[in-house]
Design a protein. Structure first.
Length: 732
């Protein structure tokens, strides 16, 4: 018994889980079966800590074709076309090996999209790093991580010919021991040509296609379900190795296959590799499956059954082909110079039967491994730190406005990240309307139906730290607001919920509140959740990250030619501030940059005001009343006016009417800045929507003037466009 206790501990199984395995099998498992249960019941694959709180997400709307439960979510975008999208994390692998971790994260999310029958047309990424500004050991290491992650993302996406059109990058000490790399891909296809990950019909064949299987990535799913310690930070063997050129061939082969009526279903081999893909495909239809592991193409000698089942080698798919069409399927992939072999068949037994040189080496009921996977009700407790940060502990009254402005405009969080996005091909496929560096959301056109798809990745971890519920809700609002500022109607989200150790009751409380906040916001804003991912155990040596529920909103604009720019366009146009401004500095950039504080309370959330702002923007755009628009967020109107001016290369003269001068840095929600070309008509429209507005300035000259702040535009542009580049290249 002592040996089995050690074994289940090493496999991250509990004693109760082992007893359930005995009950399911009606006997003791062999080592292969135990390893399969370990992977399928890992946090990464089973969502055992989070499943309780994911129930109740709004997942349906008239435009939702497929919600959570498949490889990706799907929405109708008109004209017989659909958008397929999802976001996933590759956090742990990217901290261990930044280049391959990030590259294979991109590769994995691309496969999730094209396995649904869609051609990938846009990538985004949401990146969080530690403090890159210091010259100490950690600062240098964080800069190394930035360079490795960016190179991995760029190389894989560029080789695949999929444009990386935007994203977000955030820096904070809380990520020093655990960076976050969240990858998003969107694809398009005909709405009646979507493929699903299922295997059904006894006698239909199971076909393996793609790269050969090696030992890379072994234990990846289990590794991603644990915290970092000094001992396990160097688990490089658990990080997969990617080959984008093979994936490009796999993409084209799959899209050729989808034009034929040869298959029942197809599934990417992601976390837990052949194990998860086979169990999920059979499980979705209640089928059984036989697989002959010695028939799996191998690139290494002497591989054992468990290595074939658990390897996370990249660029592989599992296909359920209609019986009699297997040779046609094999020919397509071999014509693309890819491995393709029949490795099994669908049965009606309800069991997964694995064979090794004609000897049965595993026999596991498929239904129970999913249906009886642990659903944990972990203890939750409101974090004690929240009591200590309710009030802002510093004096904001006597701050020098000029000094505050100069400090904030040079923040790594604010300045342009061209060093990053210039390594990404954002124009390949020639559909990009608004790419990286153009502020707020990114936009592509869909040539088949003439619409524009707008997408934005957002989350402010400081907000989520001081108020996990409203911080998560604010992330939904912010991503939607960015999409609306491009003229598109926000339609649906995908999420990537990054949190610390779920075994800590305070972390589980943060997670529970974050889910509640997302549910509330998505219901109020009518933007359902169609796909997503949970990443837990983001901590090192007991120190967890800030709650980081990253949200990507996708919206539709049926007139692609009417995409709104987010920077100033023409001299002589008026600048309007829309929405209510109060002295809201909880979790603000000002507190972080000037005092290194994360404290206070969040601004009040008002979903009706948020929707009114979205609708005003969309309607004003349709009526040609605005030339540019940008939401007000981090750093307040001072920072957003600064961005609109320097990116648009236009001087401004503006004056606020706030009771306190410091409120130009306030971060009140549901606000935006508009460049207006017809004041009277715009004001009438704003009145119609019942939303507060104020004309605060005009676009003119070559200086930036806001209240008593006066700067040469050229000097501001030097700070904005060069600061980050100089810092990140410091060690090269």
């Amino acid at each position: 018994m002592q040996n089995i206790e050690n074994t289940i501990k090493e496999l991250k199984l509990t004693k109760d889980e082992y007893q359930n395995i005995l009950k399911i099998l009606g006997r003791k498992p062999n080592m292969l079966e135990l390893q399969i249960f370990s992977s399928m019941w890992s946090e990464h694959c089973s969502y055992k800590s989070s499943k309780k709180y994911l129930n109740g997400f709004p997942v349906s709307a008239p435009w939702v074709i497929q919600g959570p439960g498949e490889n990706a979510g799907v929405i109708d975008i008109g004209g017989g076309m659909a958008a397929v999208f999802k976001m996933e994390s590759h956090n742990h692998p990217s901290f261990i090996e930044p280049y391959q971790g990030a590259a294979t994260g991109v590769g994995g999310i691309l496969r999730d999209i094209f396995t649904m029958g869609a051609r990938p047309v846009a990538n985004l990424n949401s990146l969080r790093f530690g403090n890159i500004s210091k010259n100490d050991k950690n600062g240098k290491y964080q800069r190394y991580l930035v360079r490795g992650v960016v190179e991995g993302i760029g190389d894989y996406g560029n080789c695949m010919g999929v444009p990386t059109i935007g994203g977000e990058t955030f820096f904070d000490d809380c990520y020093n021991g655990n960076i976050l790399v969240n990858a998003f891909t969107l694809g398009v296809c005909k709405s009646d040509e979507i493929f699903y990950g299922k295997a059904e019909g006894a006698g239909n064949l199971v076909i393996y296609v793609g790269s050969k299987t090696g030992r890379d990535g072994l234990g990846g799913a289990v590794m991603a379900s644990d915290s970092f310690t000094e001992e396990n930070k160097s688990l490089r063997p658990t990080v997969q190795v990617g080959d984008p050129f093979t994936e490009k061939l796999l993409l084209e082969a799959c899209l050729e296959l989808f034009k034929k009526d040869y298959i029942i279903g197809i599934q990417d081999m992601g976390a837990a590799g052949l194990t998860s893909s086979s169990f999920e495909m059979a499980g979705r239809s209640g089928s059984g499956m036989k697989m002959y592991l010695d028939k799996v193409p191998a690139r290494e000698e002497g591989m054992k059954p468990f290595e074939f089942m658990l390897s996370e080698s990249q660029e592989r798919m599992l296909i359920c082909a209609k019986k009699g069409f297997e040779e046609k399927v094999l020919k397509i992939f071999k014509d693309w110079d890819l491995d393709a072999e029949v490795i099994g068949e669908v049965t009606d037994s309800g069991n997964m039967e694995l064979y090794w040189h004609n000897e049965k080496v595993a026999d596991i009921p498929i239904g129970p491994i999913a249906q009886e996977a642990p659903v944990l009700d972990r203890p939750i407790k409101k974090p004690e730190y929240l009591q200590n940060i309710k009030n802002i502990s510093v004096n904001l009254k006597d701050l020098n406005i000029d000094e505050v402005f100069d400090k904030l405009i040079s923040s790594n969080e604010v300045v342009d990240k061209s060093w990053i996005y210039k390594q990404y091909d954002s124009m390949v496929q020639t559909n990009t309307i608004k790419g990286p560096g153009k502020l707020d959301s990114s936009v592509i056109r869909v040539k088949e139906n003439g619409v524009a798809l707008s997408m934005s990745s957002d989350c402010n971890p400081r907000y989520c730290y001081i108020d996990p519920f409203n911080g998560a809700a604010a992330a939904v609002m912010e991503s939607g607001r960015n999409v609306a500022m491009s003229g598109a109607t926000p339609k649906a989200i995908t999420d990537c919920l990054n949190y610390g150790n779920p075994e800590n009751p305070e972390i589980m409380w943060q997670f529970a509140k974050g889910c509640e906040g997302i549910k509330e916001a998505c219901k109020a804003l009518n933007t359902p959740v169609v796909s997503g991912n949970v990443s837990l155990y983001n901590e090192t040596n007991g120190v967890g990250i800030f709650p980081t529920p990253a949200i990507v909103m996708v919206g539709v604009n049926h007139e692609a030619t009417k995409t709104i720019p987010n920077c100033f366009q023409e001299n002589g146009n008026s600048i309007y501030l829309v929405g209510d401004t109060k002295s809201d500095f909880g979790g603000s950039l000002l507190l972080k940059e000037l005092f290194n504080k994360v404290e206070g309370v969040l601004p009040i959330i008002d979903y009706q005001k948020e929707l009114a702002l979205w609708n005003l923007t969309i309607e004003a755009n349709k009526n040609n009343l605005i030339k540019s628009a940008k939401d007000v967020n981090v750093g307040g109107i001072a920072i957003d006016l600064y961005k609109m001016a320097v990116v648009g290369n236009k001087g401004i003269k503006a004056k606020s009417s706030f009771g306190k001068k410091i409120d130009i840095f306030s971060e009140s929600f549901s606000r935006a800045l508009f460049e207006v070309c017809d004041d009277n008509k715009f004001e009438k429209l704003a009145n119609k929507f019942g939303i507060k507005y104020e004309k605060i300035g005009i676009i003119e000259g070559d200086k930036f003037i806001l209240d008593d702040i006066k700067r040469d535009l050229s000097k501001l542009q030097d700070i904005y466009f060069n600061s980050f580049n100089d810092l990140i290249e410091k060690d090269i």
